[in-house]
Design a protein around this ligand. Structure first.
Ligand SMILES: Nc1nc2c(ncn2[C@@H]2O[C@H](COP(=O)(O)OP(=O)(O)OP(=O)(O)O)[C@@H](O)[C@H]2O)c(=O)[nH]1
Ligand SMILES: [Mg+2]
Length: 172
């Protein structure tokens, strides 16, 4: 089981829809337009094809459920942590949530992929700026887990292939 977490509105549901489409499960959608999403109340489950014969279940935990994300940590093998790179006001809350997740004993052995989403927006921050504001280098260096950082756009498709490749490589 892979968990997908992050504050409200960062783009988790859209990413799931994109991964589902790229898995060939949902040929009704296309990459041209972003399908509409509504805030997730509860959780969202999607099976993603990560190899010829391998499927991985990805579970989004709605951003509004932040205080109870930890109740899903037990069966978690992989963690996708999403940040909205265009939302400076949300960054400190994202960083605190990230640190809280990384220091939870139940997530000690998971591989972590930090997704900096919405890089298509002109208002999105540069990678160097985000890294210094979130102290990402310190976080990555001090975390017990293997942490990778990737810039993506769930809307435009940038980084989605790399996200699937990471899921494939780390799904052991
Ligand atoms: N420009 C842009 N907009 C995006 C991107 N990803 C998501 N969005 C938009 O951001 C809004 C929120 O996306 P959701 O996927 O519903 O966010 P969420 O993280 O699932 O939010 P919760 O379920 O409330 O936790 C939607 O209007 C999306 O279309 C992106 O990469 N670029
Ligand atoms: Mg959602």
């Amino acid at each position: 089981m892979c968990l997908l977490v992050g504050p409200p509105g960062v783009g988790k549901t859209l990413l799931l829809k994109r991964l589902q489409f790229l898995s060939g499960k949902d040929k009704l959608g296309d990459m041209e337009e972003a399908p509409a999403t509504i805030p997730t109340v509860g959780t969202n489950l999607v099976n993603v094809q990560v190899g010829k014969k391998t499927e991985l279940t990805v579970r989004e935990l709605g951003g509004s459920m932040g205080p109870i994300w930890h109740s899903y940590y037990k069966d978690c093998k992989l963690l996708l942590f999403m940040v909205d790179a265009s939302n400076a006001a949300q960054l400190s809350a994202s960083t605190i949530q990230l640190l809280t997740s990384l220091t939870d004993d139940r997530l000690e052995d998971v591989s972590v992929l930090i997704l900096l989403n919405k890089v298509d927006l002109p208002s999105s921050m540069a990678l160097t700026e985000l890294k210094s504001l979130m102290r990402l280098e310190d976080i990555v260096c001090h975390a017990k887990q293997k942490v990778t950082v990737l810039e993506i756009s769930a809307r435009e498709g940038q980084g989605l292939a790399e996200t699937i490749a990471w899921l494939k490589d780390n799904n052991k």
